[in-house]
Structure formats: C-alpha cells, structure tokens
Design a binder for this molecule. Structure first.
Ligand SMILES: NC(=O)c1ccc[n+]([C@@H]2O[C@H](COP(=O)([O-])OP(=O)(O)OC[C@H]3O[C@@H](n4cnc5c(N)ncnc54)[C@H](O)[C@@H]3O)[C@@H](O)[C@H]2O)c1
Length: 280
C-alpha cells in the first residue's frame, strides 16, 4: 500500500534517529534516497545500509541552515536521479535550553536557524523540481513542543510552532501544483537527541515509557512509518496537516488517562451524572 517504487526522496538529518529510520524504510519501499546531514561518517554509513535492499542511496553533507547547502542538496537529487518526489525536512537540534532570561540571542538564533529556517529552505528549493515533476510531498518534523509549551525549551517550542504553521501556509500556496505539505509532531522518541549521550539511553527510556498515556517507548520507526504514509499516494488528498505521533501525550487531560490494569475515568457508583443539586 505504501509503495515508493520509482520515487526519489531527500531526507535531512538522515545520519541518526528518525531520519535514519526513514531512509532505510523509504529505500525498502523502493525509493532512491539522497541522505543529508552534518555528520558525514554517520550519513555515509546509513546510505550504505539503506542501499543494501537494492535502492540507490547517496549521502550529501549538508547544513540545513545554509541556503547554498540546501540548494546543492536538491541539485544532487536532480543530478543523481533526475527528479524530486519527496522531501523530508527532519534535521533538528534541541537548541537553547533553560530559563528565558538566560538564553543568549546567538543560541536563540541558532535554534531557529536549524529548526525553522532549515525547513523554510528545504520547502523553498523543493518547489521548482516538484512543480516540474507535476506533484510532490514535503514532510517536516515538527514536535508536540510546537503544539504545547514545554518549560525550558522556549526557543525549540517557538521554532517547532513555526514549522506547524509554515506547513499550513505553504500548503495553501502549493496545493494547486499538487505539492502536498505536511508535518509530523512526534512526542518523546528514543533517539540520541534525547539521550544526552548514549550511556543514558536506558535511563531515558525509563522516563520515556511514562511520558504519555501509552506505556510504550516511542521509537524512530514510529515516526518513519508516519512519514512513509504522508510520502505515499495513500495520502494524496492530505495537505496542511500536522500528524501527531505521541502515544496520546497531547490527546487531552493526560492525568485522566487510564493506567494499565485500572479503569478510566475513576470508578464511581453512578453511571450518569445529573444536575448537581440532585447529587448527594
Ligand atoms: N527525539 C524526540 O523525542 C523528538 C521529539 C519531537 C521532535 N523531534 C525532532 O525530530 C527530528 C529528528 O531528531 P531525532 O530525534 O531523530 O534526533 P537525532 O539527533 O538522532 O537526529 C537528528 C539529526 O539531525 C542532524 N542535524 C543537526 N543539525 C543539522 C544541520 N544543521 N544540518 C543537517 N543536519 C543536522 C544531526 O546530525 C542528526 O543526525 C528533529 O527535528 C527533532 O527536533 C525529536
């Protein structure tokens, strides 16, 4: 159903985490992939791994915050594979962390440069080849931190909220060209960005399992699967959408969510709550 045979995809942040999972998954579904990252060794390794199934995957060192790099990245897809069908703007950093009054302008700007400007640049340079192609799917990785506030992640929250709304405005411009623009808002996912050093993976996963109503650690493949759906023809009438993939973290009042082995909402003898003056 989610076949990408003959498609050409560009994936940023492909050396690690969600981008790595997406590159391997897209290639396994038949796409040729240009992987982009700052991390050359990691990117080349993933390109080799993704190519093992038969699709052709190449790596292009890219800083997504640099326009010349992004232009060259899209150019590589054209020179290598002749067209561009899918762009997954996924590269990101945690950026400036801490109280607002301690955030330097430099750290604020660097966070926006990678997490928001990088997405803008990807969309900007994907338009011409996708128009020439007659269609395209642009997917960006936002975050539930672009929907809800997270204390201490102010710069990241602002950047990811920007990704959510840029997705909407871009979709309005590009729908007439059959270029779909969507984003994914992951909840906590076990990748190096949250481990703070691979030695902390196990400890982080102990926290992540309780970070949402579903008692399960979010994995890179959960996000790659969502990206595959949005990239595929199965999503051909979906644009301007933010697909939340968070195990229920933003579903509503999380404190009311059932715990395993416990019914929700909290048990009561009454099956119907009538007018309050009739209640005992
Ligand atoms: N892991 C989570 O809990 C979580 C939750 C919500 C959103 N996200 C977002 O998911 C995306 C993927 O992150 P991940 O969790 O897989 O982390 P990750 O660190 O494993 O992967 C991010 C990749 O982006 C690359 N990168 C960073 N800055 C770059 C730049 N300027 N140019 C090119 N590449 C760059 C890194 O080298 C890395 O390979 C990010 O946008 C992140 O903000 C992560």
């Amino acid at each position: 159903m989610y076949d990408l045979t003959g498609k050409v995809a560009v994936i940023t942040g492909a050396a690690s985490g969600m981008g790595r999972a997406a590159a391997i998954l897209f290639a396994s579904k038949g796409a040729n992939v240009v992987l982009a990252d700052l991390n050359t060794k990691g990117g080349e390794d993933v390109a080799a791994e993704a190519s093992a199934g038969g699709a052709r995957c190449v790596f292009q060192r890219t800083d997504v915050s640099e326009e010349a790099d992004v232009e060259a990245l899209i150019g590589r897809a054209i020179s290598e594979f002749g067209k561009l069908d899918i762009l997954f703007n996924n590269a990101g950093i945690g950026g400036a962390v801490g109280p607002l009054e301690d955030i330097s302008v430099e750290d604020w700007d660097k966070t926006q440069d990678v997490c928001l400007r990088g997405v803008f640049l990807g969309i900007k340079h994907a338009i011409a080849p996708m128009r020439a192609n007659g269609s395209g799917s642009i997917i960006s990785t936002a975050s539930i931190a672009g929907i809800d506030g997270f204390n201490g992640l102010h710069a990241y929250c602002a950047a990811k909220a920007g990704v959510v709304n840029l997705t909407r405005s871009a979709s309005l411009q590009l729908a007439c060209d059959f270029i779909r623009v969507n984003c994914i808002a992951p909840g906590g996912v076990s990748t190096p960005i949250v481990w703070n050093g691979s030695a902390n993976k196990e400890m982080t996963e102990g926290f992540l399992i309780n970070a949402q109503p579903m008692p399960q650690v979010g994995q890179p493949l959960d996000i790659a699967n969502a990206a595959l759906f949005l990239a595929s023809d199965a999503a051909s009438f979906i644009t301007g959408h933010t697909l939340v993939v968070d195990g229920g973290a933003t579903a509503g009042a999380v404190a009311t969510a059932s715990k395993r082995g416990q019914a929700a909402p909290p048990r009561s003898n009454r099956a119907f709550a009538g007018p309050s003056f009739e209640l005992g």
